[in-house]
Ligand binder design. Sequence first.
Ligand code: G3P
Ligand code: MG
Length: 244
Amino acid sequence: MIRVPHIVAHRGASIEAPENTIAAFRVAQARGVNWIECDVTLSADDQCVLIHDDTLERTTNGSGPIHHHDLATLRNLDAGAWFSDIYKGERIPTLSETLDTLAALGMGVNLEIKPSGCDAMKLAREVAREIAHRKDVPILLSSFDQDVVAIMDALCPDLDCGWLVEDIPADWKAEYARLKASALHVDHKQLTAEKCAEITGDNVPLICYTVNDPDRARDLLSWGVSSIITDNPALMTTVIPPIR
Ligand code: G3P
Ligand code: MG
């Protein structure tokens, strides 16, 4: 399993800057964190772009489903003004632009493959095509979509892919093995010391989201969680060394 630091900035430093933008990734690094999580999906013309929601309304000045718009249209939208005037003009990043930026900054990425209504297998193939030959950015893949997790082992055999869950299924061990996943990424609200011991006792790396309370983060790390995904890296790094 690729080495991921204790603190990973969720969608970038999303408490301080517009999520899933280059600005948010730069702020994360300025706060001393050198790994970010971000969400990748497809435009109508099958280009890999970063955005969390299925639709444009919440985080851009556009409207409608992401997958109904081609890259040129998406790139003309403002993805920063909704958050603050300071970030007016920020764009929806492409995956390749993101990887170029992270490489230049010396940062790593947990790339969440998020179909959000597009063809999941096509998304998996396009992501694999873009990242296959990139050795300049440490990458950990992840997805809630079990079909995506299962196929990434074949598409990107050199990369790890975590299985994202909200609730931990009763049969998680068998499914984890079937998917050939490399880590379990769990909503931290599902975790207790006992549950963490059960998971890590099976040598399954455990990553959790989205933790914004430093006391909770300290508990989770003491229970064997290897990385905390947080909106607020500035606060987390005041109490937890990010470990580079
Ligand atoms: O990858 C962790 C977390 O980002 C999963 O949930 O909805 O924030 O993408 P979401
Ligand atoms: Mg995500």
